[in-house]
Design a protein around this ligand. Structure first.
Ligand code: NAD
Length: 435
């Protein structure tokens, strides 16, 4: 495809770009934003408005630790944009989370919601902590104090958190309870990804992996591949990776490799996924020591001779050092930001079909939207209804992004950005900027 990474757009609209740092997720996001802005001939005032986060909160989160000490963690919440509706985005607990990373993730939420036509803006949160070294009690106190500090930010019609890396439905339940205690009423719609008993939705836990499966089948179809002919490698064996692997296997694909933080596990004849999932469940969510597979490194996994590669761990995994050796025909981005802009260019030149994160993993926010709708109606849907509606939205979004990429002769990632930015900019034009 005649597509080139391009920093000219930024020069047209703003100061010339600084030297690009591919490890900075916000700059990665901006590089794609710039290309789409140029294609759309975006009004320079809109450009500046749309790439500036609406609000950034940094808050000290004191926690009484089990050993009697007090530790103060740093909590972050970034609201990128609220033009399409209340802001929505997960919360990540990790020792290396940064404000720039959360800013990028918040912006990706804005574009993701627009790609799947969900009426939300984008946000993201993080707490700099090492959840693996914290007890349940410490995690509960951390979550409650973080929520209390952001009590005026969160709200069913304001900003609605959800799970992300190292946060789960128990943590969402604590957010719901803390917010409700302050609000003096049970406010189920303040958070999504919570337990079904507390107003969660059927199908939410599987939704992101299910969406990855749906768009991957769409891409196979475009390339004339049948699932039963396809081998798949999945990086990351958490919520997204393990479910995507399981559902693709159910469609007939052969999953030859999976990995997690402990390394990769390869079996050319296909892995026993149920055994791997059971093993991880019984071993503190890690595959370390899993038998029935040959150990490989995470780098080896990314360059295996497979038809489909699903990065479902974290950002900046497929870099310019890895991309030349990628052999997959399709990359389906379960994770947010797994491919750097330079790697993107290399993959494009090699003719790899990359299904971008803001499309591929949008199943999670889609069912989060269903959950929020159900909470507000007080009426809950069956799993079948959730899955049918999710599949329909993901198929339509895939077709729309594919059509945009054909129309503008750009990779699907830029097609997705063009669709999303055009939609948010159109809404902004109607609302006007209160300046
Ligand atoms: P998770 O915490 O459940 O799982 C993450 C997995 O990645 C774990 O298996 C972990 O061991 C593995 N991992 C971490 N670092 C790794 C590395 N360097 N190499 C290989 N594996 C590594 O998280 P998740 O919810 O599955 O999220 C994974 C990605 O998907 C993140 O980028 C997240 O932002 C994105 N995402 C998640 C959702 C969702 O609904 N959970 C929705 C959209 C996007």
């Amino acid at each position: 495809m005649p597509y080139k990474r391009n920093v000219r757009a930024r020069a047209v609209y703003q100061e010339p770009a600084p030297i690009l740092d591919q490890e900075n997720p916000f700059q990665s996001m901006m590089e794609r934003f710039d290309i789409a802005a140029e294609i759309l001939e975006l009004d320079p005032n809109f450009y500046e408005y749309l790439c500036t986060p609406a609000r950034i909160f940094i808050t000290a989160v004191p926690v009484a630790m089990d050993d009697g000490r007090l530790r103060v963690f740093q909590g972050i919440r970034v609201i990128h944009n609220e033009v399409l509706g209340p802001s929505k985005g997960g919360i990540r607990y990790a020792p290396d989370v940064t404000v720039d990373e959360v800013k990028a993730l918040a912006a990706w939420m804005t574009w993701k919601c627009a790609v799947v036509d969900v009426p939300f803006g984008g946000a993201k949160g993080g707490v700099i902590c090492n959840p693996r070294s914290m007890s349940d009690g410490e995690l509960e106190r951390l979550t409650r104090r973080y929520t209390a500090n952001l009590i005026d930010v969160f709200g069913p019609e304001r900003d609605i958190p959800a799970p992300d890396m190292n946060t789960n439905e128990q943590i969402m339940a604590w957010i719901l309870d803390t917010y409700s205690a302050h609000a003096r009423r049970t406010a189920s719609a303040v958070v999504t990804g919570k337990p079904i008993l507390l107003g969660g939705s059927q199908g939410r836990t599987e939704a992101t992996g299910r969406g990855v499966m749906t768009v991957t089948l769409g891409a196979m179809d475009r390339l004339g591949l049948r699932p039963s002919q396809c081998s798949v490698a999945v990086q990351g064996f958490g919520n997204v990776g393990s479910i995507a692997a399981k559902l693709l296997a159910e469609q007939g694909c052969k999953i030859v490799a999976v990995s997690d933080i402990s390394g990769g596990y390869y079996n050319a004849d296909g892995l026993d996924l149920q055994a791997a999932m059971d093993y991880a469940a019984a071993n503190q969510r890690t595959l370390e020591g899993f038998q029935g597979a040959e150990p490989i490194s995470n780098e080896e996994l990314l360059t295996l001779d497979v038809d489909v590669l699903v990065p479902a761990a974290k950002e900046d995994q497929i870099t310019q050092d890895i991309a030349p050796y990628v052999k997959a025909k399709i990359i389906s981005e379960g994770a947010n930001g797994p491919t750097t802009p330079v790697a993107d260019e290399i993959l494009n030149e090699k003719g790899v079909l990359v299904i971008p994160d803001i499309l591929a993993n949008a199943g999670g926010v889609t069912v989060s939207y269903f959950e929020w709708v159900q909470d507000r109606q007080g009426y809950f849907w069956t799993l079948d209804r959730v899955n049918r509606r999710l599949d329909r939205i993901m198929r339509r979004a895939f077709d729309n992004v594919y059509a945009a990429s054909q129309k503008y002769d750009v990779p699907m990632r830029i097609g997705a950005y063009v669709l999303a930015i055009d939609k948010v900019a159109s809404a902004l034009r109607m609302r006007g900027i209160y300046a």
